[in-house]
Design a binder for this molecule. Structure first.
Ligand code: HEM
Length: 257
């Protein structure tokens, strides 16, 4: 009799689960790369990042929500398959093998569940932080809007700078990007294995490639918070400018000379 098909996924063959995991992982691998490159617009100045964010926000609704929906489904399926495969592996693993596998496994591979759970938490936090802006409701105020080529647009640049001026936010992001680097470096390698691309000859090269990818993504993301704390990415209106402007705004008093 065929296994009942429900959330336990018992009707899905293990190999198919692995393929689903690799495919949804690939969607996210692509997303983080594009997102990282988009974030680097911060270094081209406020107008560049604000224009880029405005362009994304004003995409036709069906396209924007189609992409968001696709990403949400990919994350959901990825997490679901991860849970099912972990359960299957635990059930199938003989006791003796356990010790041996732990010795051979890398730190990244052993902590996949932990880094993945942290990333899931990070993504929820991040969307509430930068997209819906409920964590810091001040980002919903009109101070965070600016004029760009005659249009009133949301000032993403200022929001990012103000966010990373809070040490706990920067600390949390740096920690989460570390987890992302660790997760990706094993995940990309694992994806190559699922696709059957790994053999004695390709193994060192593909392992290296996965590691390099993890580091590229890590560096590409952390340069933004680091740019803010080092003031390479200054506030749009820095404290000094506010002081100068307020001094200039004072009525001229000739007696004070
Ligand atoms: C330093 C690191 C990061 C920065 C500065 C950053 C910045 C941003 C900003 C500013 C937005 C909102 C754009 C807007 O609504 O105008 C955003 C959205 C988002 N980010 Fe990030 N991000 C970072 C890392 C990540 C990572 C590592 C992931 C995934 C693992 C991620 C996933 C997302 C998602 C899913 C959205 C929502 C996109 C949407 O609105 O549809 N971000 N990010």
């Amino acid at each position: 009799m065929a296994a009942p098909c429900n959330l336990s996924g018992s009707c899905i063959p293990s190999l198919f689960k692995k393929y689903l995991m690799a495919l949804t992982g690939f969607v996210m691998v692509g997303f983080v790369l594009v997102h990282m490159m988009g974030n680097l617009q911060m270094f081209r100045g406020p107008d560049a990042i604000n224009q880029y964010a405005h362009f994304l926000k004003t995409l036709p609704g069906a396209l924007l929500w189609g992409m968001r929906g696709f990403l949400i489904v990919a994350i959901g399926v990825h997490v679901w398959m991860a849970i099912l495969l972990t359960k299957e592996n635990r059930a199938a693993r003989p006791q003796g093998y356990l010790k041996q596998a732990v010795v051979r496994a890398t730190w990244a591979s052993r902590t996949m569940g932990l880094s993945g759970s942290l990333l899931l938490f990070f993504i929820v936090f991040h969307v509430l932080h930068f997209t819906t802006r409920v964590i810091f409701p001040e980002y919903q105020m009109e101070d965070y809007y600016t004029i760009l080529e005659g249009d009133v647009v949301f000032n993403v640049y200022q929001m990012v700078v103000d966010s990373f001026s809070k040490p706990w936010v920067t600390g949390f992001y740096l920690f989460a990007m570390g987890a992302l680097c660790l997760h990706l470096s094993h995940a990309v390698w694992s994806m190559f294995q699922t696709l059957g691309w790994t053999n004695k000859r390709t193994r060192p090269m593909l392992k290296g490639l996965a590691r390099v990818y993890g580091w590229v993504i890590f560096i590409g993301f952390v340069v933004v918070p680091l740019g803010v704390i080092s003031r390479i990415l200054p506030p749009m209106m820095g404290d000094e400018e506010v002081i100068i402007l307020s001094i200039e705004a004072e009525p001229f008093d000739s007696e004070s000379l």
